[in-house]
Design a protein around this ligand. Structure first.
Ligand code: ZN
Length: 167
């Protein structure tokens, strides 16, 4: 049986509670298959990471505290990637989904900005470019490893005026 659910914007959406809960889960996108693949690759390469840190802007999917890198693993549809899947638009409830997807995008852009203001960088990996994204992330991390000593000093200084990260 379907029911009406009113969201914060007041829009009415006629979907069953079960479907709705599946949709919301997909939007939040925690522990998605692509995300698990990124985590596996990082783990295999010996990197330590944390998940879904609520005290960082945007609650990044994965963070590497030592490298001050936050990783977002984005579903193409939910974050409107510029690819065939991301350009697809919902055919029903357009008034509901349009603004919702737009907000996803804006929220993530704002989070990236806030992170960078505190000396973190955000790496975005798209679902449709998973392999390329993982390779690029690992290369990026490996290049950071080579200059770990100087990076560590820099990190210590930055912590004075930014988020405290304990690992
Ligand atoms: Zn894509």
């Amino acid at each position: 049986m379907s029911e009406f659910i009113r969201d914060r914007s007041g829009a009415m959406d006629q979907v069953s509670a079960a479907v709705r809960s599946r949709m919301m889960k997909a939007i939040r996108g925690k522990n998605t298959k692509p995300e698990l693949q990124v985590r596996r690759a990082l783990h295999a390469a010996g990197y330590r990471f944390r998940l879904h840190r609520k005290d960082l802007p945007g609650t990044p999917d994965i963070i590497l505290p030592r490298h001050r890198i936050a990783v977002q693993v984005n579903g193409c549809f939910w974050h409107q990637h510029d690819c065939p899947r991301g350009r697809r638009r919902p055919s029903s409830n357009v008034n509901y989904w349009g603004p919702k997807l737009q907000r996803n995008r804006q929220r993530q852009a704002a989070a990236a900005e806030a992170l960078s203001a505190t000396g973190w960088s955000m790496v975005t990996i798209w679902e449709c470019e998973l392999k390329v994204g993982i390779d690029a992330l690992l290369r990026h991390l490996a290049s950071g490893r080579q200059s770990e000593t100087s990076r560590y000093a820099l990190t210590r200084r930055r912590q004075m005026c930014s988020y405290q990260v304990t690992s």
